[in-house]
Design a protein around this ligand. Structure first.
Ligand code: ATP
Length: 342
């Protein structure tokens, strides 16, 4: 057996003649949890649907493990998909929801019940087996959907925004459980989200998607520290990375001469506010507990966001000074690609 969990090679997809996935290449290692991250409409769900066989690839090949599944029906791909909506049958009990797929596949009833109980225990919904979906909270429904996906012992899990219907607290908690579950089961997983925190916390690697193409695939650390494009740099991070013309008023100390049209980027936490550096006007300050987010206007009109301790925040309307270290600065060329100097 190869170390490949999933491989897409030159995969495109279209709706009524409009191409929404453009020759995507992606390899997911066996046992890896890959998060596909991108804004609404980027093509994340379409990518999952092509892998699941719910939508045809108009070009390219899809492999799951050692099998080329490009032309296989969804039922023959041994893939389990969990949707945002959970897609549970309201008239069936939790147990019957979990075993539904197994019974369709002719697993003996007693075996199916045992496997449902085991899967329910793993995701913490064993006490809910006799209830119906209408009697469950959102978080409980989500667990049932996961148990139903697990019970089929798939080669690949496809999770499409599985946490997005949960409130903030439950979302954070369930995110942690999902990660623990992945570590325990070790099934290759592709998890789609538009939530950068979810991606950074869960992923072994993140594939950042934009307009039907992959912008960058890398570990959370690589995506954060060496974003390949301006899009990735600004999509991951909150507030987003500041981006200014390299020849603008804020020059990081020690910055070399950069090519014409270059832009510099630095995160809000990289800015030092104090007695030195460039004059800026404090336009707005938001305090969130121990942190403050200050929005500063530069002489040329550009605005930057700064994160600093709430206790040391400047007053709105005052003029302060700020600096950025060259070591904390990212450089992008005119086309928005990361530039490596030297
Ligand atoms: N059934 C459909 N018919 C026509 N166009 C579609 C259909 N489904 C999606 N699209 C289009 O395909 C593109 C990709 O959509 P997709 O749902 O894959 O994006 P997404 O990244 O999953 O977005 P979201 O986060 O909003 O779910 C979008 O431009 C969308 O409008």
């Amino acid at each position: 057996m190869s170390g490949i969990g999933l491989e897409l090679a030159g995969v495109s997809a279209a709706y009524r003649g409009t191409t929404v996935l453009h020759e995507v290449d992606l390899t997911v290692t066996r046992g890896e949890l890959l998060v596909v991250l991108g804004p609404s409409g980027a093509g994340k769900s379409t990518l999952l649907r092509v892998v699941a066989g719910l939508q045809p690839a108009i070009t390219g090949r899809v492999r799951i493990g050692d099998r080329d599944v490009t032309t296989l029906r969804p039922g023959r791909r041994n893939v389990s998909m969990v949707f945002q909506s959970y897609a549970l049958f309201p008239h069936l009990t939790v147990r019957d929801n979990i075993t539904f797929g197994l019974e369709v596949r002719d697993t003996p009833r007693a075996v199916a019940r045992d496997r449902a109980a085991a899967a329910a225990a793993v995701v913490g919904c064993a006490h809910l087996l006799d209830r119906r979906p209408g009697q469950l909270s959102g978080g409980e429904r989500q667990r049932v959907a996961l148990a139903r996906a697990m019970v089929r012992e798939p080669d690949l899990f496809l999770l499409d925004e599985p946490l997005s219907n949960l409130d903030q607290e439950l979302r954070t908690e369930t995110r942690g459980e999902l990660k623990a579950l992945h570590l325990r089961l070790g099934v290759t997983t592709v998890h789609v989200t538009h939530d950068q925190t979810e991606a950074l916390v869960l992923a072994d690697r993140i594939a950042v998607m934009r307009a039907g193409r992959l912008e960058q695939v890398g570990t959370p650390d690589q995506i954060w520290r060496t974003p390949a494009t301006l899009f990735v740099a600004r999509f991951v991070g909150s507030p987003p990375m500041n981006v200014l013309p390299a020849d603008g008023p804020l020059r990081p100390a020690g910055m070399p001469v950069l090519p014409a049209g270059a832009r510099i980027g630095f995160r809000p936490e990289a800015v030092r506010v104090g007695q030195d550096g460039t004059d800026v006007t404090v336009e707005r300050v938001d305090v969130v507990g121990e942190d403050a987010y200050a929005y500063l206007r530069l002489a040329g009109g550009d605005r930057i966001a700064v994160r600093l301790p709430a206790a040391g925040r400047p007053a709105v309307g005052t003029t302060v000074r700020c600096t950025v270290a060259w070591a904390d600065t990212h450089v992008f060329d005119e086309a928005g690609h990361r530039t490596v100097l030297g």
